[in-house]
Design a protein around this ligand. Structure first.
Ligand SMILES: [Zn+2]
Length: 349
Protein backbone atom coordinates (compact mmCIF):
# COMPACT_ATOMS: atom_id res chain seq x y z
CA UNK A 1 0.00 0.00 0.00
CA UNK A 2 0.97 3.62 -0.45
CA UNK A 3 0.56 6.13 2.36
CA UNK A 4 0.79 9.45 0.52
CA UNK A 5 0.71 11.67 3.63
CA UNK A 6 2.99 11.00 6.61
CA UNK A 7 5.18 13.01 8.96
CA UNK A 8 8.14 10.82 9.91
CA UNK A 9 9.71 13.66 11.99
CA UNK A 10 13.37 12.78 12.72
CA UNK A 11 16.16 15.37 12.61
CA UNK A 12 15.45 17.96 15.33
CA UNK A 13 12.29 16.04 16.30
CA UNK A 14 13.73 12.54 16.56
CA UNK A 15 12.25 12.21 20.06
CA UNK A 16 8.83 12.03 18.35
CA UNK A 17 9.94 9.45 15.77
CA UNK A 18 12.73 8.69 13.30
CA UNK A 19 12.46 7.94 9.58
CA UNK A 20 13.89 4.51 10.24
CA UNK A 21 11.23 3.73 12.85
CA UNK A 22 8.37 5.01 10.68
CA UNK A 23 9.52 3.04 7.63
CA UNK A 24 10.07 -0.07 9.69
CA UNK A 25 6.64 0.07 11.37
CA UNK A 26 4.95 0.90 8.07
CA UNK A 27 6.52 -2.14 6.41
CA UNK A 28 5.11 -4.31 9.18
CA UNK A 29 1.63 -2.95 8.42
CA UNK A 30 1.81 -3.78 4.71
CA UNK A 31 2.80 -0.35 3.39
CA UNK A 32 5.29 -0.34 0.52
CA UNK A 33 5.66 3.41 0.12
CA UNK A 34 5.57 6.57 2.23
CA UNK A 35 5.28 10.14 0.94
CA UNK A 36 6.77 12.29 3.70
CA UNK A 37 5.60 15.84 4.38
CA UNK A 38 8.05 18.79 4.41
CA UNK A 39 7.20 20.43 7.75
CA UNK A 40 10.21 18.79 9.31
CA UNK A 41 12.65 20.68 11.50
CA UNK A 42 14.43 22.13 9.61
CA UNK A 43 11.75 22.18 6.86
CA UNK A 44 12.18 20.74 3.36
CA UNK A 45 12.07 24.07 1.54
CA UNK A 46 15.68 24.12 0.24
CA UNK A 47 17.23 21.78 -2.36
CA UNK A 48 20.12 20.72 -0.10
CA UNK A 49 17.74 19.64 2.68
CA UNK A 50 15.49 17.76 0.25
CA UNK A 51 18.54 15.94 -1.16
CA UNK A 52 19.84 15.17 2.34
CA UNK A 53 16.48 13.79 3.39
CA UNK A 54 16.21 11.61 0.28
CA UNK A 55 19.76 10.28 0.72
CA UNK A 56 18.96 9.28 4.30
CA UNK A 57 15.67 7.72 3.22
CA UNK A 58 17.37 5.70 0.49
CA UNK A 59 20.00 4.46 2.93
CA UNK A 60 17.32 3.35 5.40
CA UNK A 61 15.23 1.56 2.77
CA UNK A 62 18.37 -0.30 1.63
CA UNK A 63 19.13 -1.30 5.23
CA UNK A 64 15.57 -2.52 5.76
CA UNK A 65 15.79 -4.59 2.62
CA UNK A 66 19.06 -6.13 3.76
CA UNK A 67 18.02 -6.72 7.37
CA UNK A 68 14.33 -7.59 7.03
CA UNK A 69 13.90 -8.44 3.37
CA UNK A 70 11.22 -5.76 2.90
CA UNK A 71 10.94 -3.50 -0.15
CA UNK A 72 10.14 0.06 0.96
CA UNK A 73 10.00 3.27 -1.04
CA UNK A 74 10.50 6.68 0.48
CA UNK A 75 9.46 9.95 -1.21
CA UNK A 76 9.15 13.52 0.01
CA UNK A 77 7.15 16.61 -0.83
CA UNK A 78 8.96 19.89 -1.21
CA UNK A 79 7.56 22.65 0.98
CA UNK A 80 6.47 25.80 -0.85
CA UNK A 81 7.00 29.29 0.52
CA UNK A 82 5.54 32.47 -1.00
CA UNK A 83 8.90 33.32 -2.62
CA UNK A 84 8.56 32.82 -6.41
CA UNK A 85 12.28 32.15 -6.88
CA UNK A 86 12.18 29.40 -4.22
CA UNK A 87 9.26 27.80 -6.08
CA UNK A 88 11.01 28.00 -9.46
CA UNK A 89 14.12 26.37 -7.94
CA UNK A 90 12.06 23.53 -6.47
CA UNK A 91 10.23 22.90 -9.75
CA UNK A 92 13.61 22.46 -11.46
CA UNK A 93 14.67 20.08 -8.69
CA UNK A 94 11.37 18.18 -9.07
CA UNK A 95 12.17 17.53 -12.73
CA UNK A 96 15.48 15.96 -11.69
CA UNK A 97 14.36 14.04 -8.65
CA UNK A 98 10.81 12.83 -9.40
CA UNK A 99 9.42 10.47 -8.15
CA UNK A 100 11.67 10.69 -5.06
CA UNK A 101 10.62 14.32 -4.85
CA UNK A 102 6.99 13.40 -5.41
CA UNK A 103 5.31 16.80 -5.51
CA UNK A 104 4.74 19.94 -3.45
CA UNK A 105 2.95 20.76 -0.23
CA UNK A 106 1.33 24.07 0.49
CA UNK A 107 0.05 24.98 3.94
CA UNK A 108 -2.75 27.49 3.35
CA UNK A 109 -3.02 27.88 7.13
CA UNK A 110 -0.44 27.41 9.86
CA UNK A 111 -0.19 23.92 11.31
CA UNK A 112 2.68 22.05 12.97
CA UNK A 113 5.85 23.82 11.81
CA UNK A 114 4.20 27.18 11.00
CA UNK A 115 4.77 26.86 7.25
CA UNK A 116 1.56 28.68 6.36
CA UNK A 117 1.20 30.88 3.26
CA UNK A 118 -1.75 32.58 4.75
CA UNK A 119 -3.15 35.39 2.61
CA UNK A 120 -4.88 35.26 -0.78
CA UNK A 121 -2.30 37.69 -2.10
CA UNK A 122 0.59 35.39 -1.17
CA UNK A 123 -1.26 32.27 -2.33
CA UNK A 124 -1.72 33.94 -5.71
CA UNK A 125 2.09 34.38 -5.88
CA UNK A 126 2.49 30.64 -5.31
CA UNK A 127 0.04 29.60 -8.04
CA UNK A 128 1.52 32.22 -10.37
CA UNK A 129 5.07 30.90 -9.87
CA UNK A 130 3.91 27.29 -10.42
CA UNK A 131 2.17 28.31 -13.63
CA UNK A 132 5.22 30.22 -14.93
CA UNK A 133 7.39 27.16 -14.20
CA UNK A 134 4.89 24.94 -16.09
CA UNK A 135 4.54 22.67 -13.08
CA UNK A 136 2.21 19.79 -13.96
CA UNK A 137 2.60 17.60 -10.89
CA UNK A 138 0.56 17.38 -7.70
CA UNK A 139 0.10 20.32 -5.36
CA UNK A 140 -1.09 18.94 -2.02
CA UNK A 141 -2.77 21.64 0.06
CA UNK A 142 -3.58 21.84 3.74
CA UNK A 143 -6.82 23.83 3.48
CA UNK A 144 -7.59 25.93 6.53
CA UNK A 145 -8.16 29.65 5.98
CA UNK A 146 -5.91 31.32 8.56
CA UNK A 147 -8.23 34.36 8.79
CA UNK A 148 -10.95 32.06 10.18
CA UNK A 149 -8.70 30.29 12.70
CA UNK A 150 -9.17 31.69 16.20
CA UNK A 151 -6.24 30.41 18.25
CA UNK A 152 -7.38 32.60 21.15
CA UNK A 153 -10.45 30.39 21.58
CA UNK A 154 -8.41 27.27 22.36
CA UNK A 155 -7.42 26.41 25.91
CA UNK A 156 -5.48 23.38 27.18
CA UNK A 157 -8.03 23.00 29.99
CA UNK A 158 -10.91 22.58 27.54
CA UNK A 159 -9.51 20.50 24.64
CA UNK A 160 -12.77 20.45 22.65
CA UNK A 161 -12.36 24.24 22.22
CA UNK A 162 -9.90 23.25 19.46
CA UNK A 163 -12.87 22.38 17.23
CA UNK A 164 -14.23 25.92 17.66
CA UNK A 165 -10.83 27.55 17.21
CA UNK A 166 -10.42 25.75 13.85
CA UNK A 167 -14.00 25.61 12.52
CA UNK A 168 -15.18 23.78 9.41
CA UNK A 169 -15.76 27.13 7.69
CA UNK A 170 -11.96 27.54 7.59
CA UNK A 171 -11.61 24.40 5.44
CA UNK A 172 -14.49 25.33 3.14
CA UNK A 173 -13.28 28.90 2.67
CA UNK A 174 -9.70 27.83 1.97
CA UNK A 175 -10.88 25.22 -0.53
CA UNK A 176 -12.89 27.90 -2.36
CA UNK A 177 -9.76 30.07 -2.50
CA UNK A 178 -7.54 27.31 -3.91
CA UNK A 179 -10.07 26.44 -6.60
CA UNK A 180 -10.51 30.10 -7.57
CA UNK A 181 -6.73 30.63 -7.74
CA UNK A 182 -6.22 27.48 -9.83
CA UNK A 183 -8.73 28.80 -12.34
CA UNK A 184 -7.47 32.38 -12.26
CA UNK A 185 -3.85 31.34 -12.91
CA UNK A 186 -4.71 28.39 -15.21
CA UNK A 187 -2.76 26.04 -12.92
CA UNK A 188 -1.68 23.03 -15.01
CA UNK A 189 -1.07 20.48 -12.24
CA UNK A 190 -3.40 18.51 -9.99
CA UNK A 191 -4.80 20.26 -6.93
CA UNK A 192 -4.95 17.73 -4.10
CA UNK A 193 -6.97 18.56 -0.99
CA UNK A 194 -5.33 16.88 2.00
CA UNK A 195 -7.26 15.28 4.87
CA UNK A 196 -10.71 16.47 3.77
CA UNK A 197 -12.96 16.65 6.81
CA UNK A 198 -16.28 18.29 5.94
CA UNK A 199 -19.36 17.32 3.97
CA UNK A 200 -19.39 20.65 2.12
CA UNK A 201 -15.75 20.37 1.04
CA UNK A 202 -16.30 16.85 -0.32
CA UNK A 203 -19.29 18.10 -2.30
CA UNK A 204 -17.32 21.07 -3.63
CA UNK A 205 -14.40 18.89 -4.79
CA UNK A 206 -16.82 16.61 -6.60
CA UNK A 207 -18.67 19.47 -8.20
CA UNK A 208 -15.45 20.74 -9.79
CA UNK A 209 -14.11 17.26 -10.54
CA UNK A 210 -17.34 16.57 -12.41
CA UNK A 211 -16.69 19.65 -14.54
CA UNK A 212 -13.27 18.51 -15.63
CA UNK A 213 -11.01 20.16 -13.07
CA UNK A 214 -7.84 18.26 -12.05
CA UNK A 215 -8.72 18.04 -8.39
CA UNK A 216 -8.47 15.15 -5.92
CA UNK A 217 -8.98 14.73 -2.20
CA UNK A 218 -7.79 12.32 0.47
CA UNK A 219 -9.21 11.35 3.85
CA UNK A 220 -7.64 10.17 7.09
CA UNK A 221 -8.79 7.18 9.15
CA UNK A 222 -9.57 9.48 12.09
CA UNK A 223 -11.84 11.81 10.10
CA UNK A 224 -13.59 8.77 8.60
CA UNK A 225 -14.12 6.89 11.87
CA UNK A 226 -14.11 9.33 14.78
CA UNK A 227 -16.03 12.49 15.58
CA UNK A 228 -15.44 15.47 17.84
CA UNK A 229 -17.28 13.94 20.79
CA UNK A 230 -14.17 11.81 21.30
CA UNK A 231 -12.37 14.89 22.59
CA UNK A 232 -14.56 14.70 25.69
CA UNK A 233 -12.96 11.38 26.68
CA UNK A 234 -9.55 11.51 24.93
CA UNK A 235 -8.94 15.23 25.43
CA UNK A 236 -5.72 16.57 23.99
CA UNK A 237 -4.72 13.15 22.64
CA UNK A 238 -7.47 13.57 20.02
CA UNK A 239 -6.21 16.99 18.89
CA UNK A 240 -5.18 17.33 15.26
CA UNK A 241 -5.44 19.73 12.32
CA UNK A 242 -8.03 19.83 10.88
CA UNK A 243 -9.88 18.83 14.06
CA UNK A 244 -12.32 15.95 14.40
CA UNK A 245 -15.71 17.15 13.14
CA UNK A 246 -19.41 16.46 13.79
CA UNK A 247 -20.98 13.01 13.39
CA UNK A 248 -22.52 14.20 10.13
CA UNK A 249 -19.17 15.24 8.66
CA UNK A 250 -17.56 12.01 9.87
CA UNK A 251 -20.25 9.97 8.09
CA UNK A 252 -19.78 12.06 4.94
CA UNK A 253 -16.05 11.22 4.95
CA UNK A 254 -16.68 7.49 5.51
CA UNK A 255 -19.34 7.41 2.78
CA UNK A 256 -17.12 9.45 0.45
CA UNK A 257 -14.52 6.70 0.68
CA UNK A 258 -17.17 4.12 -0.20
CA UNK A 259 -18.80 5.96 -3.11
CA UNK A 260 -15.54 7.12 -4.69
CA UNK A 261 -15.96 10.83 -4.12
CA UNK A 262 -12.78 10.70 -1.99
CA UNK A 263 -9.79 9.53 -4.04
CA UNK A 264 -7.68 7.82 -1.42
CA UNK A 265 -6.84 7.15 2.22
CA UNK A 266 -3.90 9.10 3.66
CA UNK A 267 -3.08 8.45 7.29
CA UNK A 268 -1.59 11.87 8.13
CA UNK A 269 0.62 9.83 10.46
CA UNK A 270 1.98 12.51 12.82
CA UNK A 271 3.41 11.11 16.07
CA UNK A 272 4.28 13.14 19.15
CA UNK A 273 5.56 12.37 22.63
CA UNK A 274 2.93 12.29 25.37
CA UNK A 275 4.48 15.39 26.87
CA UNK A 276 4.06 17.29 23.57
CA UNK A 277 0.43 16.12 23.34
CA UNK A 278 -0.31 17.36 26.83
CA UNK A 279 1.18 20.70 25.82
CA UNK A 280 -1.30 20.90 22.94
CA UNK A 281 0.59 19.45 19.93
CA UNK A 282 -1.66 18.53 16.99
CA UNK A 283 -1.39 15.13 15.28
CA UNK A 284 -1.66 11.41 15.99
CA UNK A 285 0.09 8.22 14.81
CA UNK A 286 -1.72 6.90 11.73
CA UNK A 287 -0.68 3.45 10.47
CA UNK A 288 -2.86 1.54 12.94
CA UNK A 289 -5.81 3.77 12.04
CA UNK A 290 -5.50 2.91 8.35
CA UNK A 291 -5.56 -0.82 9.15
CA UNK A 292 -8.64 -0.34 11.33
CA UNK A 293 -10.32 1.63 8.54
CA UNK A 294 -9.62 -1.13 6.00
CA UNK A 295 -11.44 -3.58 8.25
CA UNK A 296 -14.37 -1.20 8.68
CA UNK A 297 -14.67 -0.62 4.93
CA UNK A 298 -14.69 -4.38 4.32
CA UNK A 299 -17.44 -4.73 6.92
CA UNK A 300 -19.44 -2.15 4.94
CA UNK A 301 -19.19 -4.30 1.83
CA UNK A 302 -16.44 -2.43 -0.03
CA UNK A 303 -14.94 -4.62 -2.78
CA UNK A 304 -11.24 -5.51 -2.80
CA UNK A 305 -10.76 -3.72 -6.11
CA UNK A 306 -12.02 -0.47 -4.60
CA UNK A 307 -9.76 -0.94 -1.56
CA UNK A 308 -6.79 -1.33 -3.95
CA UNK A 309 -7.80 1.98 -5.50
CA UNK A 310 -8.11 3.75 -2.12
CA UNK A 311 -4.79 2.39 -0.86
CA UNK A 312 -2.51 2.98 -3.80
CA UNK A 313 -3.83 2.44 -7.33
CA UNK A 314 -5.46 5.85 -7.54
CA UNK A 315 -2.34 7.51 -6.08
CA UNK A 316 -0.23 5.78 -8.75
CA UNK A 317 -2.63 7.00 -11.40
CA UNK A 318 -2.64 10.63 -10.26
CA UNK A 319 1.10 10.90 -9.51
CA UNK A 320 2.10 8.81 -12.57
CA UNK A 321 4.02 6.35 -10.43
CA UNK A 322 4.07 2.59 -10.14
CA UNK A 323 4.60 1.73 -6.47
CA UNK A 324 3.51 -1.71 -5.21
CA UNK A 325 -0.05 -1.98 -3.88
CA UNK A 326 -1.18 -4.96 -1.85
CA UNK A 327 -3.88 -4.47 0.77
CA UNK A 328 -3.44 -6.89 3.70
CA UNK A 329 -6.16 -9.42 4.52
CA UNK A 330 -8.16 -9.05 7.73
CA UNK A 331 -6.17 -11.98 9.11
CA UNK A 332 -2.84 -10.22 8.51
CA UNK A 333 -4.26 -7.02 9.98
CA UNK A 334 -5.34 -8.89 13.13
CA UNK A 335 -1.82 -10.24 13.48
CA UNK A 336 -0.01 -6.89 13.35
CA UNK A 337 -2.37 -4.08 14.33
CA UNK A 338 -1.75 -4.38 18.09
CA UNK A 339 1.99 -4.41 17.60
CA UNK A 340 1.87 -1.36 15.33
CA UNK A 341 -0.27 0.65 17.75
CA UNK A 342 2.06 -0.44 20.56
CA UNK A 343 5.01 1.17 18.78
CA UNK A 344 3.60 4.60 19.68
CA UNK A 345 2.96 6.18 23.08
CA UNK A 346 -0.80 6.56 22.55
CA UNK A 347 -3.72 5.76 20.29
CA UNK A 348 -7.23 7.20 20.01
CA UNK A 349 -8.69 4.23 18.07
ZN1 LIG B 1 -0.26 16.26 7.67
Amino acid sequence: MIDPHVHTRDWDQSEKETMRHALSVASLGGFSTLFDMPNTSPPLTFPHLISKRLEEGLLITKELEREKGVEMHYCVYGGLTSDPSQIETLVTLYRHLFPHLIGFKLFAGHSTGNMGVTTVHLLREVYGALKRSHYKGVLAVHCEDESLIRNDLFTLENPISHTIARPKEAEISSLEQQIALCKETSFEGTLHICHISTKEAIEMVNYHKGRGMNITCGATPHHALLDESLMETQGLLAKMNPPLRSKEDCEAVFNGLIDGSIDWIESDHAPHTIEDKLNGASGIPGFGGTLTLIRRLRESGVEEEHLDSLLGNRVNEVYHTDFPVMVPSNLSIDEVVGRIIGEYPFTIF
